[in-house]
Design a protein around this ligand. Structure first.
Ligand code: NDP
Length: 481
């Protein structure tokens, strides 16, 4: 168990062992910048190579372990992860800036992904076979090899498990590069999980973009699972192109929430706001623009502002905090510049909520609602990734569907209505990986629903059987009689 005052030194995880290194970077609490929370290894391409070699060695036997046995071991690892929340969720709070329940949710969702994937594993490997007068055909699923995974800082545990679970269940081995902005709790959790698995099945290498680049271009890495920004994904695709690697990319979003004119405003806001300001808006499928019928616009905007006004921003370990600081300086600078820039437009920027005493020296930003926004304004067309949301009035449903789809992104989306048929009809017209009706937050996710984006929000899907398919090849075998 770690305690809240431990300043852990986080090395690379090569097999089950955390290695000592000569160079570490400090990880600071984004909610209290004077506090060093952990020290994390600064890796190089040499470290990447060691980690990949370890994974490659482990792959030789892990691929032949029976699916049922792999599932059993994953369930044991899931129990370990569930147990990690107690001491590691507070550490995660001090790395990524979220509030405690958000960090606990990260561990709980990650555990759920492992358990759900394990439950599907045996059946997933049932071959499809044809036996007739001419031939015997067997189409079999086989693992790809070493998987290189790269994740961001906002929900590092579940985003890692969304790659680790399908990769390991299907017989691949893993090398992960976490974000330097939230590496510690995740690596300790993975080290504990690794004790339940053969040596080398899980490896972690730390470092900056150079390390990511070395991993995603390594010749022995056969598959890359990446979650992060769209601009970074272009670099990952370029790195992977040299050896034609398979890719799953979960990228940014600019999710629209479309309110229909029969909406129950109070009921809608109760749920919708969880999808706007949770994690201070730093969630890929957060609600990032809200379209409201002009006839309801003022009533809806006033009711929304009333609720947002009650939020209190503070340190993530302060139980009174509704949400915490932004994760890092670049994020803080970009969100505050966006807010300041919007103040110079015709839109009305309203700062709401309050700061608690615990919000001291850190990247704190109060919640902002931007009223009277044009659909084409930068605040509504970019991924804000912060506690600021634009409200856009619309006059007819054709136009609002056109606007919702007028984006380079297509991750999540939602429709808010009291009429189920109307909601379903509108949902089907939206270009997105997921469309939720009367929900748009963590609670909208269901492991039976493939998760991912269209357009520049990504390639491929995570969760369940669809997620597992990303980590296997189809091997077709035919005997000609
Ligand atoms: P980044 O794209 O900046 O970084 C993501 C990860 O990629 C980090 O570990 C980063 O390391 C690494 N990286 C950076 N450059 C390279 C490279 N050339 N090769 C390989 N790896 C590299 O994203 P953020 O961390 O800022 O996270 C925010 C973004 O992530 C948002 O756009 C958000 O929408 C998206 N996201 C998407 C989700 C989804 O499921 N669709 C979920 C959560 C977030 P380093 O920090 O060292 O540069």
């Amino acid at each position: 168990m770690t305690t809240i005052n431990d300043v852990l030194s986080i090395g690379h995880l090569i097999g089950r062992t955390m290695t000592d290194v000569s160079t570490y970077d400090e990880v600071r609490d984004p909610g209290r910048l004077t506090d060093v929370v952990a020290r994390v290894a600064v890796g190089t391409a040499v470290d990447v190579n060691r980690a990949v070699e370890s994974a490659h060695q482990a792959y030789r036997s892990w691929k032949d372990v029976a699916p049922a046995e792999r599932a059993r071991l994953l369930l044991e690892a899931a129990d370990v992860l569930a147990g990690c929340a107690e001491d590691l969720a507070p550490l995660l709070v001090r790395e990524h800036g979220g509030v405690l329940w958000e960090a606990q949710t990260d561990f709980a969702l990650g555990t759920g992904v492992l358990q759900h994937t394990a439950s599907l594993t045996e059946e997933f490997f049932t071959p499809v076979q044809f036996d007739d007068e001419q031939s015997f055909i067997s189409v079999e699923r086989v693992p790809r090899g070493v998987v290189g995974a790269v994740v961001p800082w906002n929900m590092p545990v579940v985003l890692t498990m969304m790659k680790l679970a399908p990769a390991l269940a299907t017989g691949n081995t893993l090398v992960l590069k976490p974000s330097p902005f939230a590496p510690a709790a995740l690596t300790v959790a993975l080290q504990r999980m690794a004790q339940k698995l053969p040596d080398g099945v899980i490896n972690v290498v730390h470092g900056n973009a150079d390390v990511g680049q070395a991993l995603t271009s390594h010749p022995l890495v056969r598959k890359v699972g990446f979650t992060g920004g769209t601009a970074t994904a272009r670099q990952v695709m370029a790195s992977a192109a040299g050896t034609i690697k398979n890719l799953t990319l979960e990228l940014g979003g600019n999710d629209p929430a479309i309110v229909l004119d029969d909406v129950d405003i109070d009921a809608a806001l109760e749920r919708m706001l969880k999808g706007v300001f949770t994690r201070s808006g730093q969630i890929c499928f957060a609600v990032k623009r809200i379209y409201v019928p002009r006839s309801l616009y003022d009533t809806f905007a006033d009711a929304l502002c009333d609720r947002v006004g009650q939020y209190a921003v503070g340190h993530g370990l302060d139980e009174s905090a509704s949400f915490g600081p932004l994760n890092n300086k670049a994020q803080y600078d970009s969100v505050t510049a966006l807010i300041e820039g919007t103040k110079n437009s015709s839109a009305k920027v309203v700062q709401l909520g309050s700061k608690l005493e615990s919000a001291g020296d850190g990247y704190y930003v109060l919640p902002h609602v931007v009223r009277d926004v044009e659909h084409v304004a930068p605040i509504s067309s970019c991924e804000q990734f912060g506690p600021v949301v634009p409200l856009i009035a619309y006059d007819d449903e054709e136009k609002v569907v056109e606007w919702a789809n007028d984006s380079e992104y297509g991750l999540g989306s939602s429709v808010w209505t009291t009429d189920t048929e109307r909601g379903l009809a509108m949902a089907r017209r939206i270009e997105a990986g997921s469309t939720f009706i009367n929900t748009h937050a963590f609670e909208s996710l269901d492991l039976r629903m493939p998760f991912g984006g269209v357009k520049q929000s990504g390639i491929g899907r995570e969760f369940g059987e669809a997620g597992m398919r990303e980590y296997v090849e189809e091997h077709s075998i035919r005997l000609l009689k």
